[in-house]
Design a protein around this ligand. Structure first.
Ligand code: F6P
Length: 319
């Protein structure tokens, strides 16, 4: 293999730049030509493919977002779009493609592998909802951002003796809500994977009030319901004043933590090694601090389990 390419796709995640940098530099170290594709699969279809040099990835390791931009592509879901993407890669003599992204991006990479391009996925999403790996790029940074925000909310919640409902990202996954809730000492955590009865939440707040504890933090994953609906529902069981805080896209930005930079760098270099070993249709994974690879199909056909012991622990510690 002489020429490879890299793209980022789906929701951006802090640490993607560290992974791009590692792919480019490790590739050049291995005497490969490395191409960067802008705007994900959309850019692949529109031939936005440029050769990258060592300097093109200078000064990005500490930046959030993605230097290669990200996009969602409707056209890539069609066979015509996929054929255009393959033709553009083949015209440049590119045989291997590294896709940095989430579940949807993995499906695209698998499809390209079926069409004759060797593909490796690198898991990157703040949601940490990709099966087959303990962590995804961006999760640690987002988790720390959320905890930092909740700490600030706690200050004012305590001063005014109020209940706050804090809505965090996670359409299908409660990883961020669960671990941020535990780390920030939230009284209640709502996650999509598990039913929480509003009457129980109200009862816990009530018993806290009776013990003289007048503030309370509720962390809610967006996939369960909106903060507004949560407040209305809670109001049916207990008469308290609530304040709502929807953290939104603040969670997706910012400087990657050291952990995400290290993870991005390791995944990027390992993905190049996998291509050189002749692998295709696999994704990088980390378990017990070691690098592995897993079949892409086994990843996107599986839902990542949440750790119910964390949920239980947070309940026990927030009585
Ligand atoms: O990156 C994952 C995620 O943050 C989800 O938790 C969230 O629901 C979604 O992306 C929002 O993405 P967008 O703003 O790109 O529609």
């Amino acid at each position: 293999m002489r020429k490879i390419a890299v793209l980022t796709s789906g929701g951006d995640a802090p640490g993607m730049n560290a992974a791009i940098r590692a792919v480019v530099r490790k590739g050049i170290f291995e005497n490969l030509e490395v191409y960067g594709v802008s705007h994900g699969y959309e850019g692949l279809i529109n031939n936005q493919i440029k050769k990258m040099e060592l300097g093109d990835v200078g000064d990005i390791i500490h930046r959030g977002g993605t230097k290669l931009y990200s996009a969602r592509s409707e056209e890539f879901l069609t066979l015509a779009g996929q054929n255009k993407a393959v033709a553009n890669l083949k015209n440049l003599g590119i045989e291997g493609l590294i896709v940095i992204g989430g579940d949807g991006s993995y499906r695209g990479a698998s499809r390209l592998s079926e069409l004759g391009i060797k593909t490796i996925g690198i898991p990157a999403t703040i949601d940490n909802d990709i099966a087959g790996t303990n962590e995804t790029i961006g999760y640690d940074t987002a988790l720390n951002t959320i905890v930092d925000m909740i700490d600030k909310i706690r200050d004012t919640a305590t001063s005014h003796e109020r209940t706050f409902i804090i809505e965090v990202m996670g359409r299908d996954s409660g990883q961020l809500a669960l671990n941020a809730g535990l780390a920030a000492g939230a009284e209640t955590i709502f996650i999509p994977e598990r039913q929480t009865k509003m009457s129980d939440v109200a009862a816990r707040i009530q018993s806290g009030l009776e013990r003289g504890k007048k503030h309370s933090l509720i962390v809610l994953a967006e996939g369960v319901m909106s903060a507004e609906s949560c407040s209305l529902e809670l109001g049916k069981y207990i008469n308290i004043e609530t304040r709502l805080s929807v953290l939104g896209h603040i969670q997706r930005g910012g400087k990657p933590t050291a952990k995400d930079r290290v993870l991005g760098s390791r995944f990027g270099a390992y993905a190049v090694e996998l291509l050189l070993d002749g692998q295709t249709d696999v994704g990088t994974s980390i378990k017990d601090d070691k690098m592995y690879f897993v079949e892409l199909k086994s990843v996107y056909n599986q839902k990542k389990n949440y750790d119910s012991s964390i949920y239980q622990l947070s309940k026990e510690l927030s009585i």
